[in-house]
Ligand binder design. Structure first.
Ligand code: PLP
Length: 372
């Protein structure tokens, strides 16, 4: 079976598995404990992992807070900023094509009296920068905009968004879950980004572990938010709870591998995407419409309409040979909010399949389409 649902999750790399195993067995210490070796070893392993994630993102170690994944990071940042700065303002800006962990956190905040603006997007799912600019007020406490879309792969112009937020002195959070390891990120080049979320299992790390980037200011003080978890004060008090050392080590190794192979992986994903596009066009002549943009996108995500074919039926038919997806949160009763936001009709949404590649796939693997 060829797995083409790598935006949903990825297989952990053998190197990641090997790095994790000792921390499930002999190295079982709690990194918050003191004076004995297994605790010291666990502490050092967490330190190394933090360093590999900070160097993958271009920030400092202290700015990395380990969480259970992007859902938690998104919730922690959005609700945490809202609570901490509620006296300063009650306005939050986001977009209509965010992941549910952003949209639902915002909807929750609306029930608590916050006002949320959900920006419209263009045909490829990108926000309008002048609309963002015009909508920020002195009551705006947070802008939360997805960096790269999970259904379409489209990249927002994060450079300009970062500049706008910096200039207007508004906190910017970005959900970078789909871009980490597929786009080179250097957070020193995006000073407006104060917060970022990511999940290890999207880049060949384990599930249940992710990170929140929280920027520090020039006095070395991390941006303040109210924590979601109160307790023992781990992770600088931002995320209490005993650290999942094995998962953190796995995330660190996955980050290290991503950084080492970044340019080659991007090149390969671009090549595989082109090859798959050619195969699909040949096989399904005249039947396809590509929803995704050709440029400014995450390499390896294809969103394709198969004209007149129900996506659920097709995905089920493909399932023994090829794992693909109808796009997240897309069912006959609840079509994808992303495809709806870019203006597709309900029929077009129901004809859409997402294929998401990984650099671990070989060109020959994709020839399976010719055998169907
Ligand atoms: N944000 C985006 C863009 C995603 O694609 C996902 C996962 O699909 C998430 C957030 C949530 O990540 P997790 O399920 O690892 O918490």
């Amino acid at each position: 079976m060829l797995y083409l649902d790598n935006s949903a999750t990825t297989q952990i790399l053998p190197e990641v598995r090997s790095a994790m195993l000792p921390y499930l067995m002999e190295e079982y210490g709690n990194p918050s404990s003191k004076y004995y070796l297994v605790a010291e070893n666990a502490k050092n392993a967490v330190k190394d992992a933090r360093n590999s994630i900070s160097s993958l993102l271009g920030c400092t170690d202290r700015e990395i807070i380990f969480t259970s994944g992007s859902t938690e990071s998104n919730n922690m940042i959005i609700k945490g900023v809202a609570d901490y700065y509620s006296e300063k303002g009650n306005h939050i800006i986001t977009s209509k094509v965010e992941h549910p962990s952003v949209l639902e956190a915002c909807k929750f905040l609306e029930t608590k009296g916050f006002e949320v603006t959900y920006l419209n997007v263009d045909n490829f799912g990108r926000i309008d920068l002048s609309e963002l600019s015009s909508i920020i007020t002195d009551k705006t406490i947070l802008v939360s905009i997805i960096w790269g879309n999970n259904e379409l792969g489209s990249l927002n112009d994060m450079k300009t968004i970062s500049e706008i937020c910096l200039e207007r002195d508004v906190f910017l959070h970005t959900d970078a879950t789909q871009v980490v390891s597929k786009v080179a990120i250097d957070l020193t080049e995006f000073p407006g980004i104060k917060f970022l979320s990511c999940s290890a299992h999207k880049f060949h790390g384990p599930k249940g572990i992710g990170a929140a980037f929280i920027r520090k200011d020039r006095y070395d003080i991390l941006a303040k938010i109210t924590p979601l978890m109160h307790g023992g004060g781990q992770e600088e008090g931002y995320r209490s709870g005993t650290l999942a050392v094995h998962n953190i080590v796995g995330m660190g190794k996955a980050g290290e591998m991503s950084q080492k192979n970044l340019l080659n992986n991007i090149k390969k994903l671009c090549f595989l995407e082109g090859y798959l596009t050619t195969i699909l066009n040949d096989k399904f002549k005249g039947m396809l419409i590509f929803n995704h943009d050709k440029e400014h996108k995450i390499p390896g995500i294809l969103s394709v309409q198969f004209k007149g074919i129900n996506n659920e039926i097709l995905v089920k038919k493909l399932a023994p040979f090829i794992a693909a997806s109808t796009g997240s949160a897309c069912s006959s009763s609840k079509p994808s909010h992303v495809l709806d936001a870019i203006g597709l009709s309900i029929d077009q949404v129901r004809n859409t399949i997402r294929f998401s590649l990984s650099a671990t796939i070989e060109k020959e693997d994709l020839n399976i389409f010719n055998e169907l």
